[in-house]
Design a binder for this molecule. Structure first.
Ligand code: ZN
Length: 328
């Protein structure tokens, strides 16, 4: 990997930039060139049960290891971007209420990592970071606007308009998983009912399949006592009618959500990522169909609804891009 020289306020910096993804399960980091070419990547368990201080120590250790292994001095790194779970405070210095990190409330994450490393740190919500990554180097390359939907256990979202993230006035802009689609729908972890997250996520697919199996419908899934969403998608791929119907319903709600998003911000691209998107070929055509049926004619057939391209690297790419933007 060849590094050029970044010139900005601090000094001349030639070591590139580091992106870190602070996940509930894994802590991952990568060293990027200033052109955002991804270099060395590292991954280790987050072990969040050990508490915030221990995780910060491991995060700092991971950054130092990346530099050491590549023979780059830490002071030659432009900065570290951290994609972090849950809403952040408006100034993006700490995590305010991530369910996976209950003891992190009011922990000054950005300041602590900056103190430990002596270089700038940019903190970003993980779904927003993935949206930026897909915009800069993934499914949104060349576009000016993109909406990212990350479908996993929950639904994360991010909106990039005219090259910049929409964070909103209170830090909750882009919480697309909590768009309400069914007023009396299933209860969501946020306290509302009928959020997109409860209708178009791995959790939703599993719940819908269980409900229908419980009602006595026949399916190849009936014999599974370890049922997971991926089994439902597998069965749908094999033509199981219950599984196909569940996937169709999930796609229907995702389509409705996207119609509302198109009518709100009219993006050029909607990128669908997250673990569920591995089965995109099973549900995305139906999503596109629902959008075509319902969206206003001016956008019909023109909004690109596509699978995300960067997989689990999207967040790291996004925060690395934000660091570079912040120092240039
Ligand atoms: Zn919700």
């Amino acid at each position: 990997m060849q590094f050029g020289i970044l010139r900005f306020g601090r000094s001349e910096v030639s070591g590139g930039v580091i992106g870190v993804d602070l996940g509930g399960t894994n802590l991952r980091g990568a060293l990027f060139s200033e052109d955002l070419d991804i270099g060395r990547r590292l991954k280790q368990p987050t072990r969040r049960h050990e508490g915030g201080e221990a995780v910060i120590g491991r995060l700092v250790g991971l950054v130092n290891t990346l530099c050491m292994e590549q023979g780059v001095a830490i002071e030659d790194i432009a900065g570290v971007g951290i994609a972090a779970p849950g809403p952040l405070d408006v100034s993006r210095t700490m995590i305010t209420s991530a369910p996976n990190f209950p003891d992190w409330k009011n922990l000054p994450l950005k300041a602590r990592v900056e103190e430990a490393l002596g270089i700038p740190v940019v903190l970003e919500n993980d779904a927003n970071a993935a949206a930026v990554g897909e915009f800069a180097r993934g499914a949104g390359r060349g576009a000016r606007s993109l909406i990212f939907l990350g479908l996993g256990t929950g639904v994360g979202g991010g909106i990039v308009l005219d090259g910049g993230l929409v964070r909103g006035a209170h830090g909750v802009g882009g919480e697309l998983g909590h768009m309400i689609l069914l007023a009396d729908g299933p209860l969501c972890g946020c306290g509302n009912r009928g959020c997109l997250e409860q209708l178009a996520s791995a959790t939703a697919v599993l719940r819908m399949a269980r409900e229908r199996l419980g009602a006595g419908e026949s399916s190849a899934l009936i014999d599974r006592d370890d049922l997971e969403a991926r089994h439902v998608f597998e069965a749908a791929g094999e033509g199981d009618s219950l599984a196909l119907s569940v996937v169709d319903r999930m796609a229907y709600f995702l389509g409705l959500g996207i119609v509302s998003l198109v009518h709100t911000v009219d993006p050029e691209v909607v990128a669908v990522g997250g673990g569920v998107s591995e089965s995109a070929d099973l549900f995305l055509p139906r999503v596109v169909e629902v959008v075509q049926e319902r969206v206003f004619p001016a956008a019909r057939g023109r909004v690109r609804i596509v699978p995300a391209e960067l997989g689990d690297a999207a967040g790291m790419v996004g925060v690395a891009w934000e660091v570079l933007k912040s120092v240039q």
